[in-house]
Write a protein that binds this ligand. Structure first.
Ligand code: TEU
Length: 535
């Protein structure tokens, strides 16, 4: 197994607009990230992933870029960014940026030119057709939007304000590579690549048998040539780390993107859990972990995450955000930091922040949710029922401001927050977490310290045991003579864990646990997590 710095790293995701506001406009900003770097450093993480900061009309919270080489005013200035990068490096951490090159904003000068006339030199920077096909997009019933000016349709995988770039056009690819060099030459340490497997489109855009299964958007012929070219022309010339956001893949497909012999990307996020497991499903989760370990181990590197800016906070979605919030937050932290792959911590996860339940669709910001609500209500469905159906997976669940303390707006802003603060901030906030030695925060910190000290957590083999148990998730990690056992009761019920004698006889010491008392043997409490050293 080839050792690298990024395989041993833990990543902290900063959704800056909800992180910390220093100018009172109700949005977080880069100055706010700078002022909280010591807090992030205290956790012990190695890499910060910064969501898009570029010039944008902000229709999709920065994922609709109109100027790749600028910083949007809400976030700050390029000088602020330069200072942020310097301060991150001064603390021995690295910074990766969000690369969003499947599409731009419809306000990007390229698109304004492209849509102006059929013979504009930039017409082929985007994808135009006389007639639409039957595909639906992530955010709209069709991937095609009619444009009056030239009487044709343009292609968009997301919102109508996010036209897809035409990656078949070498001029587009060279523009992207130049832009990547602009940021890499500033000294950033890599990229998180937004839906990077969507760059290539199905030739001829044939109608889909089932338009609702939008996997036709990804993994099309040509994608590996594009990423191989990106690697050859840009990435391999810098000491950087790349992680692809890659939906619709199996481990075998995933390996084509991140295989160590492929010359494309370093790691990926797959979405078998977050896109297809609305609630905790133990059997499904165990199957996913087993298949991805067997499919990738020794050949490519995976990631471990259970929430991000697109996916509901893990204690609400998969754990218990009521009476077992702290225990389940610590249990999932244990899982994410002891499974094979790179752990990603989404801001606020380290203090057990929860999802939200606002009262009205007007309290929500997410274009995906608002488009879906409109689409369904226009079909004649009961608005209340539609609203209720969208709450659990609304992306805004994880976009509410970080809860710093119990002052107004959770100490996030002196202004009016762009999205309401979760009302539970008086009970769940950073200040209380830092004052409580038994908090979720310090449990994360200890897990990260253990990971630095014990490479079995990084490079260890993975052998699941009790595979059919509906409540207990247990597995063994082994590396260079060190052997650890992880036992997790992923349920709100107590359960007796009957370990095989061959395992229980090897137990040497308890490494970390989320309950203080193990005197009841292996009668595990609700959401109890334990990690033992076997040898
Ligand atoms: O997300 C792609 C996307 O649509 C995800 O929300 C999806 O549900 C899953 O998590 C991946 O299949 C990226 C960004 O993370 C998201 O915030 C943007 O809205 C989107 O691309 C468009 O840029």
């Amino acid at each position: 197994m080839k050792k690298t710095w990024w395989k041993e790293a833990v990543v902290y995701q900063v959704y800056w607009r909800s992180f910390y506001d220093t100018d009172g406009d109700g949005y977080g900003d880069l100055e706010g990230v700078i002022q909280k770097l010591d807090y992030i450093k205290e956790l012990g993480v190695d890499v910060i992933w910064l969501n898009p900061i570029y010039g944008s009309p902000d229709v999709d919270n920065g994922y609709d870029i109109s100027d790749y080489r600028s910083v949007m005013a809400k976030a700050g200035t390029m000088d602020t960014f330069d200072r942020l990068l310097k301060e991150v490096h001064a603390r021995g951490m690295k910074l990766i940026m969000d690369l969003v090159v499947n599409h731009t904003s419809d306000q990007h000068p390229w698109f304004i030119e492209s849509r102006s006339s059929k013979d504009n030199p930039k017409r082929d920077y985007y994808i135009w057709r006389k007639e639409p096909n039957n595909w639906r997009s992530y955010f709209t019933p069709s991937t095609w939007e009619y444009d009056e000016t030239t009487g044709e349709y343009y292609f968009h995988s997301f919102a109508t304000q996010q036209p897809d770039l035409n990656w078949e056009n070498p001029k587009v690819r060279e523009e992207v590579y130049d832009m990547m060099r602009f940021w890499l030459d500033k000294g950033i340490d890599g990229f998180r690549m937004d839906v990077i497997n969507l760059l290539a489109k199905q030739a001829g855009f044939p109608d889909a048998e089932n338009p609702e299964d939008i996997s036709y958007l990804g993994n099309n012929p040509g994608i590996h040539e594009y990423l191989g070219e990106m690697h050859d022309k840009v990435l391999k010339h810098y000491d950087v780390f790349t992680v692809g956001e890659i939906p619709f893949v199996t481990p075998e497909d995933g390996l084509l993107y991140v295989g160590e012999d492929r010359g494309e990307l370093n790691t990926l996020f797959h979405f078998e859990v977050c896109d297809y497991m609305a609630y905790w499903d133990m059997a499904k989760f165990k199957d996913i972990q087993k298949r991805w370990y067997e499919g990738m181990w020794g050949k490519g590197w995976n990631s471990q995450f259970l929430n991000n800016h697109d996916h509901t906070r893990l204690v609400t979605r998969f754990g218990n955000d009521k009476e077992y919030r702290v225990q389940s937050a610590k249990l999932f932290a244990t899982m994410l930091h002891t499974l094979p792959g790179m752990p990603y911590i989404y801001q606020g996860e380290e203090i057990g922040m929860t999802g939200v339940r606002f009262d009205s669709i007007d309290d929500y910001n997410d274009i995906a949710m608002k488009n879906k609500y409109k689409e369904e209500v226009e079909k004649g469905r009961d608005p209340k029922e539609v609203f209720e159906s969208l709450l659990h997976l609304s992306r805004d669940n994880s976009r509410t401001p970080v809860q710093w303390d119990d002052s107004d707006n959770a100490g996030f802003t002196s202004g009016t927050p762009w999205i309401k603060v979760n009302p539970n901030y008086k009970q769940i906030n950073v200040a209380d977490a830092l004052a409580d030695p038994d908090s979720v925060f310090y449990y994360y910190k200890k897990l990260i310290q253990l990971r630095k000290k014990h490479q079995v957590m990084v490079y260890g083999s993975y052998e699941p045991i009790l595979e059919d148990h509906p409540q207990i998730y247990a597995y063994i990690r082994e590396f260079e003579g060190e052997k650890w056992l992880v036992v997790l009761n992923v349920s709100d019920q107590s359960v007796t864990c009957e370990l095989p004698e061959s395992v229980s006889s090897e137990i040497k010491e308890l490494i970390i646990a989320n309950y203080a008392d193990q005197s009841n043997g292996f009668n595990l409490n609700p959401y109890e997590a334990r990690v033992y050293r076997l040898k």
